[in-house]
Design a protein around this ligand. Structure first.
Ligand code: FAD
Length: 416
């Protein structure tokens, strides 16, 4: 409805039409809520982050898009970690995951994948707007938020939703406005990436594997995409970038040359576009919610993508964000309760996977991680995490705790 002042009402206004925003919009719209989804760009738009995890599949099935994702993606049966020092290649096939319901995932061109999810939200009844961005938002306790929006024609609109979900990704619309965003001191990395042709895939059954090359001061990803394209990126810690001046492309190719395993795969590589960079990587908002709003996906927190966890975490937090919105629309008290529980769950999930992420450049961790023995099912527990099982199941967390204990022992031994 439009009020006398020209302000437009809705139940839930969602800022950002990436995987998090489109997921939440679909869930709420199909429950019959009046949902508005704003996207500042127009789909299809480029986005990095193409490798999905097996635990994405039940969510995609529930949203009704799994078949389309299967048709557009490259079948991904596992992840391969490559040790640069001795060129050891260690496959982690997903069918070894403990209690796995899915033994594979897909690698997708994100412009296609994100457009599919966005159009699916519209199909389920959300009102979607492209080239339309949220400019400012005012919250007043006990009243509707006032959201100022710039539409595709450059005109200003005022929306007065009953609840706001911030799904604006790394832009962090609300987190920045409310000064709630903190850099993650445990993980200060940056990435340089592009799409390439003429980068060979692994042979045979391994052709769909993502390769993570563990190199000096960081790691490379190689993600096979349809039509012979390979997404390649270097993620480096601070020292990798600190002493570099000049174009980032030079740094990228320097790191390629330093690694024999990467250099041999990139020997004939042809970049399909200029290299892009993303700096100041990991962060988290100090709180996921407040009176009348909740933060989902990268708008809340971002973890280094070494385990390809971003889209899954974003979609899982969107399911929780939708739950919080439903509760809030019943009463703010119920909403606050749901938001507290949802934030706790999201944090716990991130903690489970971030223990490994924070240590991925640590030589002791790398040595143990690349050791393919499966005593006490430790390796299977790691594969479960690589498959996206961050749920905290005892069957996974107990052998993972054993792995952590062995890591602590080895680290102590090294110090002495
Ligand atoms: P996004 O996908 O970023 O969507 C946010 C949307 O909000 C954007 O479309 C943006 O245009 C829009 N927006 C922003 N501000 C506004 C505004 N004011 N008004 C309206 N719209 C707005 N994840 C994986 O799962 N696998 C990977 O292999 C992987 N690799 C990665 C590599 C790199 C280098 C990086 C940086 C990330 C990677 N990720 C990966 C992470 C993954 O891309 C993200 O976690 C995921 O896109 C998060 O989804 P989202 O919907 O929260 O945010």
């Amino acid at each position: 409805t439009v009020s006398e002042t020209g302000a437009q009402d809705c139940d839930v206004l969602i800022i950002g039409g990436g995987p998090a925003g489109s997921t939440a919009a679909t869930l709420l719209a199909r429950d019959g809520y009046n949902v508005v989804l704003l996207e500042k760009d127009a789909h299809p738009r480029f986005h990095i982050g193409e490798s999905l995890l097996p635990c994405n599949l039940p969510l995609l099935r529930d949203l009704g898009v799994l078949e389309q994702v299967q048709a557009m993606g490259v079948y991904k049966p596992g992840a391969e970690f490559v040790s640069d020092r001795d060129d050891r290649r260690v496959p982690f096939p997903f069918h070894h995951a403990i209690a796995a319901k899915e033994d594979h995932a897909y690698q997708v061109v994100r412009s296609q994948f994100d457009e599919l999810l966005f159009r699916n939200a519209a199909k389920n009844g959300a009102r979607t707007f492209e080239n339309t961005h949220a400019v400012s938002v005012d919250f007043h306790a006990g009243q509707r938020a006032i959201v100022t929006v710039r539409d595709a024609e450059g005109a200003e609109q005022i929306w007065t939703p009953r609840f706001v979900l911030d799904a604006s990704g790394r832009d962090g619309f609300l987190g920045r406005k409310l000064r709630r965003r903190n850099a993650d001191r445990n993980n200060s990395t940056a990435a340089i990436f592009s799409h390439f042709r003429n980068v060979p895939r692994r042979d045979g059954d391994m052709g769909g594997y993502i390769s993570i090359h563990l190199v000096d001061q960081g790691w490379f990803w190689m993600i096979p995409l349809p039509d012979g394209v390979m997404s390649v990126g270097f993620v480096g810690d601070k020292p990798a970038f600190q002493n570099h001046s000049g174009p980032v492309a030079d740094l990228f190719w320097k790191k390629v040359k330093e690694s024999p395993a990467v250099a041999s795969r990139m020997a004939n590589a042809e970049a399909l576009s200029e290299l892009s960079t993303t700096g100041n990587y990991s962060y988290r908002a100090d709180k996921a919610w407040g009176d009348g709003y909740y933060l989902i996906g990268d708008a809340y927190a971002f973890l280094d993508p070494v385990f390809s966890s971003g889209v899954l975490l974003a979609m899982q937090s969107a399911y929780r964000g939708a739950e919080v919105a439903r509760a809030w629309l019943q009463s703010p008290e119920l909403g606050a309760k749901a938001a507290t529980a949802a934030e706790r769950e999201t944090c716990a999930e991130m903690r489970r996977v971030s223990w490994l992420i924070y240590r991925i450049n640590n030589p002791v961790l790398r040595k143990l991680f690349l050791n393919p023995r499966n005593i006490l099912r430790m390796r299977d527990a790691i594969i479960s995490l690589l498959a996206g099982d961050f749920s905290g199941k005892l069957r996974v967390m107990a052998p993972f705790a054993a792995f952590k204990a062995i890591y602590a022992l080895f680290s102590l031994k090294k110090e002495n």
